[in-house]
Design a protein around this ligand. Structure first.
Ligand code: F6P
Length: 522
C-alpha cells in the first residue's frame, strides 16, 4: 500500500507556516476567551471514553491542517490495511491483527474452509482458542484447591495482564492471589516462592516466543522448585500461553493456550496472554473487556477523521513532538487501580514508535516517540508536578478520571475529582506573581479522558484507544510500529557477557566493561 511520510506532504509545509505564525504565541486562555464553543468543538464522546482536547495548544485551523496531513499520508488506507490483515509489519512480513482477537464470533462459529491466510479462517481460530481458554479460566475459578496463580512472563507477556488485573481488582474473584514474576533477578521469584505452596499453585508461563531468557530462566527455576517440593502433576500446575506450543511441550508443559505471530507482544493482552485476567474477572468479564475494545476498534475503523478520537490524539502527538518539540508526555490516571497503566503505555508507545528510520529504513529528520511517564494522581502531585507547573520544559499531561467510584467512603471521590480538575486548570491558567518563585506561566497543555466507571468494558476501550493513537502517530511518521529490533543488541551482548562472567575472559572488551566485570568477579 502507498504511504507518504508526513514530511513529504503539502500539509506538513502548511503546518510549518501555521506553527511559525501562531505556534509559539498560542495562548490557551485567549483561545477560550475568543471562542465560547471551544470546549464543545475540541471534545468528543467515543465508546466508553469522553475526551476533552480543548486545553491543548491547537485551534480549529491547526486541527484542519492536521486532518489534511492525515489524508495526504494515506492514513485511512493504512488503517484499512491493518484491519484487512495486510502484512503491514513489513520487516517481519506479518499481519497486525490484535483487533481480530476482540471481534465477536460470527454466529454460528464458522469453520472457515478457505486459505489459512484469510481473515475468516483467523477469526475462526481466535474463537476456537478463546472458548477453551475461557472454559479453563472458569474451571480454575471453581477450583478451590488453587489459591495462587503465578504469571511468569515479561514485557507484553506481563504488563498487559498485570495492568488490567490491578485495574479491575474490584471485579476479581475473592480468594485467589495473583503474582507476577517478570524480572530475571532471582529476588523476584524467590519472594513469590516464599509465599506459595506447590499443591495450591498454578504457574502460567507466558511467552509469545517461549525463548525469552528471563521468562525461561524463571520458568525453569519455578519447575525445579515445584519438583523439589514433591510436586509431580505438571499438567495441573503449569500452563503455557504461547505461539510456540512445540517449545512449551518440549519444556514439559502439556496444558497450552496458543496465539499467533500476527499478535504483537505488546498487543497481546487480548489473547491467551490475558488468561490471568480471565481467571480473575471470569469469562463474562473477559468477554466484556474484549467487547469494550471492539467498540473502540469499530469507532477507529469507521469514524470520519474529524470525529475519530485515536486519530485526533495521534495528530496532536505529532503536532507536539514535531512542531512544539516536546519530548515527553506525562500520563496521570486519577484512579489508584491504574497504577501500572503508565508502565503499560510506556511499552506500547516507546517500543512501537521508538524508531529512528522509516519503513524503508531511511533515517528520519524529525523526532518520533516521546518519553511516556507518570504515576497515579494525587500521588504525582506531591512528587513531580512541581516540574510540570514551573519547570523549564513544557510536558503535555494526559489525565484519566473516572466519574463513578466503586467504594462508598464519604468525601474521597469528590476530593480526587476536584484535584484532577484543579491540576488541569492550574496548568492552563497559571498564576501571576511578580516575585518570581510563586509565578506560574500557565498555558501548559493537557488532555482529559473521562470514563463513567472503570469496568472491564471501559478499560478495554481505553487500552484500544491508546493502541490506535500509537498506530496513528507511527503511521504519520512513516515508521513500522510493529517490530522491536532495538531490544536485540542488548540480548546478544548479555549472552556474551554472561559467559565472560563465568570465565573471566575480558579480551576485546571496552575498558569500562572489563573493569566492572573484573570487580564483579573479585
Ligand atoms: O522486549 C522485547 C519483547 O519481544 C517484547 O516485545 C515482548 O513483549 C517481550 O519481549 C516478551 O516476549 P515473549 O512474550 O516472546 O517472551
Amino acid at each position: 500500500m502507498n504511504r507518504t511520510r508526513c514530511d513529504h506532504t503539502p500539509a506538513w509545509a502548511a503546518l510549518q507556516n501555521q506553527f511559525a505564525s501562531s505556534g509559539p504565541v498560542f495562548d490557551l486562555r485567549a483561545a477560550f476567551a475568543t471562542d465560547a464553543q471551544r470546549h464543545q468543538r475540541l471534545s468528543q464522546q467515543a465508546p466508553y471514553v469522553f475526551a476533552d482536547l480543548s486545553k491543548n495548544l491547537i485551534d480549529v485551523a491547526t486541527q484542519a491542517l492536521l486532518f489534511e496531513l492525515a489524508q495526504q499520508t494515506g492514513l485511512p488506507a493504512h488503517i484499512e490495511a491493518m484491519f484487512a490483515g495486510e502484512k503491514i509489519n513489513t520487516t517481519e512480513q506479518r499481519a497486525v491483527l490484535h483487533t481480530l482477537l476482540r471481534k465477536p464470533a460470527p454466529a454460528p462459529v464458522q469453520q472457515a474452509q478457505d486459505a489459512s491466510d484469510s481473515i475468516a479462517f483467523k477469526l475462526s481460530q481466535v474463537h476456537a482458542t478463546l472458548q477453551p481458554m475461557l472454559a479453563y479460566a472458569q474451571a480454575v475459578r471453581a477450583d478451590a484447591g488453587i489459591t495462587d496463580v503465578v504469571n511468569i512472563g515479561i514485557g507484553g507477556s506481563d504488563l498487559g495482564p498485570q495492568m488490567a488485573l490491578l485495574a479491575l481488582d474490584e471485579f476479581a474473584l475473592p480468594g485467589k492471589r495473583f503474582h507476577f514474576v517478570s524480572n530475571v533477578d532471582g529476588h523476584e521469584l524467590a519472594a513469590v516462592l516464599r509465599k506459595i505452596q506447590p499443591e495450591s499453585t498454578l504457574f502460567l508461563i507466558a511467552s509469545k516466543t517461549f525463548t525469552t531468557i528471563e521468562t525461561m530462566t524463571n520458568a525453569h527455576s519455578a519447575k525445579a522448585w515445584f519438583e523439589a517440593q514433591g510436586g509431580t502433576d505438571i499438567a495441573r500446575h503449569f500452563a503455557a500461553l504461547t505461539t510456540n506450543v512445540v517449545a512449551a511441550n518440549a519444556f514439559g508443559i502439556s496444558t497450552t493456550f496458543g496465539f499467533w505471530d500476527w499478535v504483537g507482544g505488546r498487543y497481546s493482552v487480548w489473547s491467551a496472554i490475558g488468561l490471568p485476567l480471565a481467571i480473575a474477572i471470569g469469562a463474562q468479564g473477559f468477554t466484556d473487556f474484549l467487547a469494550g475494545a471492539h467498540a473502540m476498534d469499530e469507532h477507529f475503523r469507521t469514524a470520519e477523521l474529524e470525529q475519530n478520537l485515536p486519530v485526533r490524539l495521534g495528530l496532536l502527538d505529532l503536532w507536539y513532538r514535531n512542531f512544539h518539540g516536546f519530548t515527553s508526555r506525562s500520563v496521570a490516571p486519577y484512579h489508584s487501580a491504574l497504577k501500572r497503566y503508565p508502565a503499560y503505555l510506556q511499552q506500547l508507545e516507546m517500543e512501537s514508535n521508538g524508531k529512528r528510520v522509516d519503513a524503508d529504513g531511511v533515517a528520519l529528520p524529525f523526532g518520533t516517540a516521546p518519553v511516556i511517564w507518570g504515576e497515579p494522581g494525587t500521588n504525582g502531585q506531591h512528587a513531580y508536578f512541581q516540574m510540570l507547573h514551573q519547570g523549564t520544559d513544557v510536558v503535555p499531561v494526559e489525565f484519566v478520571a473516572v466519574k463513578n467510584p466503586r467504594h462508598d467512603l464519604p468525601g474521597h471521590h469528590n476530593l480526587l475529582l476536584a484535584n484532577v480538575l484543579a491540576q488541569a486548570q492550574a496548568l492552563m491558567l497559571g498564576k501571576v506573581d511578580v516575585g518570581g518563585h510563586k509565578h506560574f506561566t500557565g498555558n501548559r497543555p493537557s488532555t482529559f479522558l473521562l470514563l463513567d466507571e472503570l469496568s472491564p468494558a471501559s478499560l478495554g476501550a481505553l487500552i484500544a484507544l491508546q493502541e490506535h493513537r500509537v498506530f496513528v502517530s507511527g503511521s504519520l511518521w512513516g515508521i513500522n510500529s510493529f517490530d522491536q529490533w532495538g531490544v536485540e543488541l542488548g540480548k546478544v551482548l548479555a549472552k556474551d557477557v554472561e559467559a565472560r562472567l563465568g570465565s573471566g575472559d575480558i579480551s576485546g572488551l571496552d575498558a569500562s566493561t572489563a573493569g566492572l566485570l573484573a570487580r564483579l568477579r573479585n
